[in-house]
Design a protein. Sequence first.
Length: 95
Amino acid sequence: MTISPESIRACQRIRAGIGSVMGRIIAEVAEECGISPATILGRDKTAPIARARQIVMFEARKAGFSLTQIGRVLGRDHTTILAGIRREIERRAAE
C-alpha cells in the first residue's frame, strides 16, 4: 500500500495547530478500529473504514470543531462531514 501525497499532507496538518487534538481523536479511533490513521485519512470508502471516519467526524464535532475544520483535516468538504455525523448519530440512536 502506498500513501498518496494528499494523505501525507493530511497527516502533516494533523500535527499542526488544531491538528493535535484531531490527531489524538484519529489515533484513538484508528487503534479501536484496528486500522492506521493514514487509512482514515485516505480515500478508501469500504464500510469499516468509512465507519471509522464517521466516528472521527462525530467525535471531532463533539470536541467543538467546525465542519470546515474537520473537513480540512480529513480532506473532505463540510457537507460530507455533516452527512457522516448524521449517519453516526442515526447508528447510535438505533443501538
